[in-house]
Design a protein around this ligand. Sequence first.
Ligand SMILES: N[C@@H](CCC(=O)N[C@@H](CS)C(=O)NCC(=O)O)C(=O)O
Length: 210
Amino acid sequence: MHVLYYSPGAASFAVHWLLLELEIDHELRALDLKAGEQKQADYLALNPDGVVPTLVVDGQPMTEAAALLLTLADAHPGCGLAPPCGDPLRARLHQWMFHLANAVQPLFRLWWYPHEAAGQAHADAARDSVRPRIEACWDRIDAHLGANGPYLLGDAVSVADFYLAMLMRWSRNMPRPATSWPHLAAYARRMRARPTFRRLYEREGLEEWA
Ligand SMILES: N[C@@H](CCC(=O)N[C@@H](CS)C(=O)NCC(=O)O)C(=O)O
């Protein structure tokens, strides 16, 4: 049994999307992040970082969005969303998953929570300094898709694309959202056209970036 602790649109979004895509039976448990439910003792026992997502599989809590995505895709090899070990594309998949997890997602943490790194007094300046760094990520990924797309691994969609689409969505209210780049805009249209995207939006009660 899979139980996903989530908050609408948060880092749990891609994991929820993949559960739908892979047609895995699951229960959803919403956490109110503004009310601090993720910092309550019972949740910290599942996820000591006090963040979403947490996926509980047969009673075992697992955390870290990127790791959850890879684990789910690997557990369902028939879905074709993760090339197997030994396939040259597997190394590319690892490269993109780690790049998104280490280089892109942490910038959004700085964008949403600038006070964590800079303190409240310098939060605005810290946030401003993150914007060009996020835009540089879009420059790089847009060029990659233009030359090697239409997906991150080339012709076939992979689990990394669900992750990238979630991160792109997070930029939707920035001065230059990811969809300002032409290849990323086409990519967003392609990912949003997946039937599971519509279901995900309905289940999370989302409207923006539909
Ligand atoms: N590295 C973690 C980061 C997760 C994360 O930062 N989640 C945010 C929502 S997007 C969160 O739970 N924020 C609430 C908080 O930090 O209190 C992952 O990828 O799972």
